[in-house]
Design a protein around this ligand. Structure first.
Ligand SMILES: Nc1ncnc2c1ncn2[C@@H]1O[C@H](COP(=O)(O)OP(=O)(O)OP(=O)(O)O)[C@@H](O)[C@H]1O
Length: 294
């Protein structure tokens, strides 16, 4: 990373009483990056993010945001937009009143109409929060993070409960913010989204990084997979394979093209139909499964 990182975490430790929840965690996020913090349940993601957001003091280690302590809220807070899992808007306020309140609290300037349009709630401006659907509430939560185009945006499970159109619209809005220079930190259980969107990923497990790097770096160390079903009485396969619980055959390989070629040649020569054939590089889900079973 060449310029000063937007987020710089050095040997962060967090304890709750005797329980050591985050252990010597270090990572940086550069300007304009989308960094995904992923992990198993209880890995320490929320604790880490709460510290970076300035809500929780570190037990030890240093956390710098824009080169300053995030505990210095007056300096750092107006530069951050945070979308929590639930924002807890007052149910009696209308959508427009809520966005106006967000604006006041954020200390950033923007136009309420622009934000309503960005989160596609213009047609609900006069509706009370209590009457919004789950997906509409989630889009209002998103407004808290994007009001005034903050330099640093935290998105905690942003697309949970959103239909496909709303998801696409949210990611379009995030892309636009990034084009304008915003840095984004994402947590999500939708690994495919992280795989598609993130520049870098930190995969946490039991308070520390199991792996950290680009998606390519994370997946490179694992073999690609070929899955298929075989008819009964097929001749012996030409490659080492394992039979899975669902009866499908799995071939793991570090040379997908060559082994797929061998397999297809064998199937052709023996007139064997490889049913439900799937072959592809390792997905983030597979990396995740490999940690969760540690
Ligand atoms: N206030 C607290 N007091 C005691 N232990 C806590 C407290 N908050 C979190 N923990 C524990 O610290 C660990 C990390 O919790 P944290 O919420 O940061 O994990 P997470 O990665 O966000 O998990 P999840 O994906 O399940 O939301 C967990 O074992 C949790 O039980």
């Amino acid at each position: 990373m060449t310029s000063t990182p937007v987020i710089d975490v050095e040997r962060l430790n967090l304890s709750y009483g005797d329980f050591h929840a985050v252990k010597d965690l270090s990572f940086q996020v550069g300007k304009g990056e989308l960094y995904a913090l992923l992990g198993t349940n209880g890995a320490g993601k929320t604790s880490t993010l709460e510290t970076v957001e300035g809500h929780r003091p570190a037990t030890s280690g240093t956390v710098r945001v824009f080169g300053q302590s995030p505990r210095d809220r007056r300096a750092v807070r107006p530069r951050m937009g945070i979308m929590l899992q639930e924002s807890g808007f007052s149910p009696d306020l209308t959508v427009k009143e809520s966005v106006r309140l967000i604006g006041k609290l954020s200390q950033r300037s923007d136009r309420v109409e622009r934000v309503l349009s960005l989160v596609d709630l213009t047609h609900k401006a006069g509706t009370q929060v209590s009457q919004l659907s789950g997906g509409e509430k989630r889009r209002l939560d998103f407004a808290t993070a994007v009001y005034g185009q903050p330099e640093l945006i935290f998105l905690d499970e942003p697309t949970t409960g959103l239909d496909i159109q709303s998801r696409d619209a949210l990611w379009d809005a995030v892309d636009k913010l990034r084009e304008d220079g915003s840095t984004v930190v994402l947590t999500t259980h939708y690994l495919e989204e992280a795989q598609q969107r993130a520049d870098r990923i930190g995969l946490m497990h039991k308070g520390t990084f199991h792996r950290e790097g680009t998606v390519a770096e994370l997946t490179r160390s694992l073999p690609a997979a070929i899955h298929f079903s075989l008819p009964a009485f097929a001749p012996a396969l030409p490659l080492q394979a394992t039979r899975q619980m669902d009866g499908k055959v799995l071939i793991e390989t570090f040379d997908l093209q060559k082994d797929l070629h061998t397999l297809l040649d064998w199937a052709h020569a023996n007139a064997v139909e490889l049913r439900e054939l799937q072959a592809g590089p390792t997905r983030l889900d597979d990396v995740f499964r490999s940690i969760s079973s540690d």
